[in-house]
Design a binder for this molecule. Structure first.
Ligand code: GRG
Length: 294
């Protein structure tokens, strides 16, 4: 009998992999691992690894074989959160329901913990590639590295930093969010599909899905910053307004943002309908992201 997968089961595997990875790490540098593990074990929705594993599962049910790559994505994401919270960036003291990394470990260790998580992600990816030598593994890791870099997440973050207290165009705002948030989400989806051996036509559909989902995710993030609950979010609200940041809310207003977010979600579901595999869990996750409270 075929076992039915669900997101809770996959999330448990992600948590287990991450926990095992950090067991008994470090000596004189142990504080660094403590700081890395503090932020990575603080929870979080694990959307990026989940998306990667679910997309992979469309083509190969043995999703556990790519857990290292999926978890390296979570390492990259967590590094970006640690750095984003630093005093020189957003200067936040609450993240994932806990004090931010620098509030607990100090700014110097927090910077290094972020750096080390990014490096650790590269180590995990290289290790996977050397054990699974194939064009798919190299292409997917290459894609992830690009999505995290100057033409991806960091590129978007730069526009975010430079646009504080400024008026920016719709084009700049879209660039900022497509890169800062969208690039890593899309790369998770595409890397999963490439590793699973998706045919080119399906890769095209998943690229479209990734673009739309990344944008919907960021607009929802902007909505939650205005209407969310600090307890559920595990981070401060009204941060964008306090920091005088350009967001989708400042550009379109909250009602239009909600409408765009719903339209994008519908469009994501339509794109998924073109795929041959069992898209039911991917659809559930897409809808959950629209209605999420955190
Ligand atoms: C390199 C100095 C330096 C800084 C990098 C790139 C960067 C800092 C920050 C950008 C990352 C960022 C905060 C993007 C916004 C994306 C976003 C909506 C993050 C929250 O993601 P969720 O909701 O969080 O998935 P959880 O906690 O659930 O994982």
């Amino acid at each position: 009998m075929m076992r039915i997968m669900n997101t809770d089961e996959i999330k448990r595997e992600i948590e287990k992999w991450l926990q095992n990875y950090f067991v008994d790490k470090g000596s004189f540098n142990k504080k660094l691992y403590d700081a890395m593990y503090y932020s990575i074990s603080a929870g979080g929705k694990r959307i990026r690894p989940l998306l990667m594993l679910l997309t992979y599962s469309l083509y190969d049910k043995n999703y556990k074989s790519i857990l290292p790559i999926a978890c390296s994505m979570e390492m990259i994401h967590t590094y970006s959160l640690i750095h984003d919270d630093l005093p020189c960036m957003d200067d936040d003291d609450l993240r994932r329901g806990r004090l931010t990394n620098h509030k607990v470990f100090g700014e110097n260790i927090a910077v290094l913990a972020g750096d080390a998580l990014l490096n650790e992600a590269f180590i995990v990816m290289f290790d996977y590639c050397s054990k699974n030598v194939s064009k798919q593994s190299i292409d997917s890791c290459n894609l992830i590295c690009n999505a995290a870099g100057a033409e991806g997440m960091i590129g978007g973050q730069v526009v975010d930093v430079l646009s504080e207290h400024c008026t920016i165009t719709e084009e700049q705002l879209l660039y900022m969010h497509n890169k800062k948030t969208g690039a890593i989400i899309k790369a998770s989806i595409m890397a999963g599909a490439i590793l699973g051996g998706a045919p080119p036509k399906e890769l095209d559909y998943l690229r479209k899905f990734g673009d739309k989902l990344g944008l919907a995710f960021q607009i929802k993030d902007d909505i939650l910053d205005v209407e969310g609950d600090i307890e559920k979010l595990g981070k401060k609200v009204n941060v964008d307004e306090d920091k005088d940041k350009a967001t989708f809310i400042t550009l379109y207003g909250i009602d239009k943002c909600k409408a765009i977010c719903s339209e994008l979600t519908c469009s994501c579901l339509e794109v998924l309908n073109n795929l041959d595999g069992d898209i039911s869990i991917l659809k559930q996750l897409t809808q959950y992201l629209l209605f999420r409270q955190n």
